[in-house]
Design a protein. Structure first.
Length: 267
């Protein structure tokens, strides 16, 4: 049995101040994939402890340092690490890291943590960069899957795929995160055989959601978005036994504006 958790921590230091450590101890995942780490290797290791094998892509470009960074922390050994998703301009943005994790039977699982551009909400607008990054992801996933390996991409994709994936879908039809072009990219991904485990195990919806604004009553009213994913290659998806969102019991107990997505795999 393998337990995999993914979460946008919204800054590892802030997450730990708000209570991430007890959740991590209770959940005890074999793999922990994080987005928006916003910290150096040393700071990340200081918070997680010495018992984890770590693959971490820090943002090296000015303007990204305060908001990106992705990581894969593993209880199992990591054989290889890669941060090259495609065009060179994406290499140092802290938005993609691959880790070849050695499982108990000696086989490899390529675990990917990614943080996709928000889009037009960013300043300056980055919607075209978002589309270019999505194209790079498609090409990279195709290449990874070509040799038959198990591949798992986790992260904050900043896209709600279907109307069931956000509460206020009518008001967001022309906004980044729910644009027809973004949703069509996800359609193509799943038509190619990749499996959205959150929807597979989460039922028809609406929800369950994984992100709620800190502002107003969004969390209390469950006015959220499902933008955090575990997307598995078809063979790996066949081994999945569950996928749930760890929504905090109350607003006061939240340690990020995102909730972790936790899946278990058999074999």
């Amino acid at each position: 049995m393998l337990t995999v958790a993914t979460v946008n921590v919204n800054g590892i230091r802030a997450a730990y101040r708000r209570g991430m450590a007890p959740w991590l101890e209770q959940t005890d995942p074999d793999l922990l994939l994080m987005q928006e780490v916003r910290a150096s290797d040393d700071v990340l290791r200081e918070h997680l402890g010495a018992d984890w094998h770590l693959a971490h892509a820090e943002p090296a470009i000015d303007g990204h340092k305060g908001r990106a960074g992705v990581a894969v922390a593993s209880r199992r050994p990591i054989k290889d690490i890669r941060i090259d998703v495609g065009p060179e301009r994406f290499v140092d943005t802290g938005r993609w890291v691959e880790a070849d994790v050695v499982l108990d039977d000696g086989s490899l699982l390529t675990a990917v943590s990614t943080y996709v551009y928000t889009g037009e909400f960013e300043t300056p607008p980055r919607q075209e960069e978002k589309y270019a990054f999505l194209d790079a992801i498609t090409a990279r996933l195709t290449a990874l899957r070509a040799d038959g390996r198990h591949v798992l991409m986790c992260g904050d994709l900043n896209i709600a795929h279907r109307e069931e994936d956000l509460k206020a879908w009518k008001a967001n039809r022309k906004k980044s995160g729910f644009l027809p072009e973004e949703r069509a990219w996800m359609d193509r991904l799943f038509e190619a055989g990749w499996v959205d485990l959150g929807r597979h195990f989460g039922g028809d919806g609406p929800g369950p959601y994984s992100w709620w604004s800190w502002r107003g009553k969004a969390f209390d009213n469950d006015a959220g978005w499902r933008i955090d994913y575990q997307i598995a290659s078809p063979e790996l998806a066949g081994l999945a036994t569950s996928c749930v969102i760890h929504r905090a019991p109350t607003y006061a107990e939240r340690w990020s504006d995102h909730a972790p997505v936790v899946a278990t795999y058999d074999g």
